[in-house]
Design a binder for this molecule. Structure first.
Ligand SMILES: Cc1cc2nc3c(=O)[nH]c(=O)nc-3n(C[C@H](O)[C@H](O)[C@H](O)COP(=O)(O)OP(=O)(O)OC[C@H]3O[C@@H](n4cnc5c(N)ncnc54)[C@H](O)[C@@H]3O)c2cc1C
Length: 523
C-alpha cells in the first residue's frame, strides 16, 4: 500500500476500470477485496483517510445483533452470525471471542434473556462462539467484580466477537491491493462523468494533497459512502430523494478499573429502549451507544452534552463506582447510515439490513448494513455490478479468503497483537532503531515504530491518521494523544520527508480535531 504508486497507476491508466468504488470505509473496502479477488480491475477512492467516517467509530463488536433478535428479525441475525464466524476464520488475529454478561436485577430477566440467548446460540449453529448460560449472583460478580451488587439477582452470559475496526479496515485494503486492486486516500470524488445517453462512464476526483483534478473511466461506479451517500446521489441527480436518515451514536472511553474481569456488560433495554454495552478494549472500557437523529452527516460529528450525560447515568446504574466526567478519557461519535423505507420504485432491498439502489444513470449505491456483514454486502454489490455491466461471470471467493495479517495461532495480548503477521515487521524496526521501541506516552503502549510502520506500509499521511486510526491513541485517551502528538509528528515528518512548517500545521489541525474527543473542551 503506497499512495504515490497508487496515484501513478490511476493517472497512467487509459483503459476504463471494471469498477470504481467511492468511499474507503468497511463497505468500500469490502467491495475492493471482493472485486480484486475475483480478478476484476478495481480502484477505490476515499476523500479523507480510510475509516475517517463511521468505520473507525463503531462499538467494535462482530455480532449477530441481540437487538435484531429482540425485534424478531431472525434471517438478519442468522446472516450476521454466519458472517461473524467467517470473520473469525479469515481474520483470527483481529477477532476475539468475548463473554458478555447480561446482569439481572428483576426476577423475570434471567429466564427471559436466558431463553432469548439460547436461541441466539441455536441460530449461530456451526458458527457458534460458545454456549450461553444462566449465572448465579456470585458467578456474575466473579465475571464482573465491579458490577453494582445492590439488588443483583444473577445474570446470563453469552458469547460474541470483538475487534479493532480501523485495523481490520487497513488489513482489508491491504488484502485488496495484494489481489491487484488500487486504493487511494485523500482523493475526493467531485463529479460523475456521463456519456451522451446520460449513463455514468467514470468520475472526476481531486487529489487533496496536490489539489490536482483527475478523471478516470469505469464500467461501473459504486457509491459506498455510507452516511454521505445522498451527497453523491445528488451529484448524479440533483432531484434525487434522500435514502439515508442519519443518526449518531456516542461512546465514552473510561479507565479499565470500571470494568474488572474479562467480560463485557450488555444492557438489553436502557431508559430510551436501546442496547448499551460496556466493553473492555485496548486496556480501557468503551461504553455506548446513543441514537440521536441528526440533520446531515459530517466527518467529525460532535457528541451532544445530553448524550454524554445519558451514558454516564446509565453506566452508573450498573457499575459499583459511578463514572463522572472527570473519568472520561475520550468521547467519540459515529453516524449510522440508516436507510429509510424505500425511497423510490427502483430500490431493491436485498435484506432489511443493507440496500442496493441503481440510479437511472447506472450509479450503484450500497448503504446500511453493519461492519459484521461487510463481506456479504460486498458480495451482493459486486454480483449486482457484474450483472449491470456484463462483466464476466466470476464467483465470489471471500468466504475463505484470508485477510492480510492472518495468523493461524495469533497472539491474544500485547501491544502488537492486532497486527497479526505484521507484528514481526514492527519488532524488526524496533531492533534496528531501539529508540522506536519506547512508548510515546506513559498512559498508552504505543511506540514510535507503529508510527513509522503506518507511514511506510499503511498509507498514513497525517497526524490524525496515525493517532486516531493506525493506532487508537485519540480514541483511548485524547489528552495522552495530544501529549504524544509532537513526537509522532517528528517521526511522521522524517518518514514522509516533510519540513517543520508541515509539522506545525499538523499539530494545529490535530489539536482542533482532538477537542471533539475531550468532553470538557468541546467547541
Ligand atoms: C455508533 C455506532 C456503532 C456501531 N457499532 C457497530 C458494531 O459494534 N458492529 C457492527 O458490526 N457495526 C457497527 N456499526 C455499524 C458500522 O460501523 C457501519 O455500518 C459501517 O462502518 C458503515 O461503513 P461504510 O463504509 O458504509 O461508511 P463509512 O465508514 O462512513 O465510509 C464512507 C466513506 O465515504 C467517504 N466519502 C464520502 N464522500 C466521498 C467522496 N465524495 N469521495 C470519496 N470518498 C467519500 C467518507 O469519507 C467515508 O470514509 C456501528 C455504527 C455506529 C454509528
Amino acid at each position: 500500500m503506497n499512495r504515490a504508486t497508487g496515484l501513478e497507476t490511476i493517472t497512467a491508466c487509459r483503459e476504463a476500470w471494471d469498477l470504481a468504488v467511492i468511499g474507503g470505509g468497511a463497505t468500500g473496502a469490502g467491495i475492493a477485496v471482493d472485486a480484486a479477488s475475483r480478478g476484476f480491475r478495481v480502484v477505490l477512492l476515499e476523500q479523507n483517510d480510510f475509516g475517517k467516517g463511521t468505520s473507525s467509530r463503531s462499538t467494535k463488536l462482530v455480532h449477530g445483533g441481540v437487538r435484531y433478535l429482540q425485534q424478531g428479525n431472525i434471517p438478519l441475525v442468522m446472516e450476521a452470525l454466519k458472517e461473524r464466524g467467517l470473520l473469525l476464520q479469515n481474520a483470527p488475529h483481529l477477532v476475539r471471542n468475548l463473554e458478555f454478561v447480561v446482569p439481572n436485577y428483576l426476577w423475570w430477566e434471567a429466564p427471559f434473556y436466558g431463553v432469548g440467548l439460547k436461541m441466539y446460540d441455536l441460530l449461530a449453529g456451526q458458527h457458534g462462539f460458545g454456549p450461553s448460560r444462566i449465572l448465579s449472583r456470585d458467578e456474575v460478580l466473579r465475571h464482573i467484580p465491579t458490577l453494582e451488587p445492590e439488588g443483583l439477582r444473577g445474570g446470563v452470559v453469552y458469547h460474541d466477537g470483538q475487534f479493532d475496526d480501523s485495523r481490520l479496515l487497513i488489513n482489508l485494503l491491504q488484502t485488496a491491493v495484494e489481489h491487484g486492486g488500487v486504493v487511494l486516500n485523500y482523493a475526493r470524488v467531485t463529479a460523475l462523468v456521463k456519456d451522451a445517453g446520460g449513463q455514468v462512464t467514470g468520475l472526476a476526483f481531486r487529489d487533496e494533497e496536490s489539489g490536482c483534478e483527475h478523471t478516470l473511466g469505469a464500467r461501473c461506479v459504486i457509491n459506498a459512502t455510507g452516511p454521505f451517500c445522498d451527497q453523491l446521489r445528488r451529484l448524479d441527480d440533483p432531484g434525487t430523494v434522500p435514502m439515508i436518515a442519519p443518526s449518531q451514536g456516542v461512546h465514552l472511553v473510561l479507565p479499565r478499573e470500571f470494568l474488572a474481569g474479562n467480560a463485557a456488560i450488555m444492557v438489553p433495554h436502557t431508559r430510551d429502549g436501546r442496547v448499551l454495552f460496556a466493553v473492555p478494549w485496548h486496556g480501557h472500557v468503551l461504553v455506548g451507544t446513543t441514537d440521536t437523529p441528526i440533520a446531515e452527516a459530517s466527518l467529525e460529528p460532535r457528541a451532544e452534552e445530553r448524550e454524554v450525560e445519558f451514558i454516564l447515568e446509565t453506566a452508573g446504574r450498573y457499575m459499583a463506582r459511578c463514572p463522572t466526567r472527570a473519568d472520561i478519557r475520550s468521547v467519540f461519535t459515529g453516524i449510522r447510515p440508516l436507510v429509510k423505507a424505500k425511497s423510490d420504485a427502483n430500490t431493491a432491498a436485498l435484506s432489511r439490513d443493507h440496500t442496493i439502489q441503481i440510479s437511472r444513470s447506472g450509479l450503484l449505491t450500497i448503504a446500511g448494513g453493519k461492519w459484521t456483514t461487510y463481506r456479504k454486502m460486498a458480495e451482493d454489490a459486486v454480483n449486482r455490478a457484474a450483472e449491470l455491466t456484463s462483466l464476466p461471470k466470476r464467483s465470489c471467493v471471500t468466504k475463505d479468503l484470508r485477510v492480510h495479517g492472518f495468523l493461524a495461532k495469533p497472539e491474544v495480548s500485547g501491544p502488537l497483537a492486532n497486527y497479526g503477521s505484521d507484528a514481526e515487521g514492527i519488532t524488526g524496526l524496533m531492533r534496528e532503531q531501539p529508540r522506536l521501541a519506547t512508548p510515546l506516552h506513559e498512559a498508552l503502549p504505543i511506540s514510535g515504530a507503529q508510527i513509522v510502520w503506518a507511514a511506510r506500509h499503511e498509507m498514513a499521511r497525517t497526524l490524525d491518521d496515525v493517532l486516531a486510526r493506525r493506532t487508537r491513541a485519540l480514541f483511548l485517551n485524547a489528552r495522552a494523544a495530544l501529549a504524544m502528538a509532537p513526537g509522532a509528528a517528528r517521526l511522521l515528518a522524517d518518514t514522509l520527508g516533510r519540513d517543520e512548517n508541515w509539522q506545525r500545521r499538523q499539530l494545529a489541525e490535530f489539536d482542533e480535531i482532538a477537542t471533539r474527543y475531550l468532553p470538557g473542551r468541546q467547541p
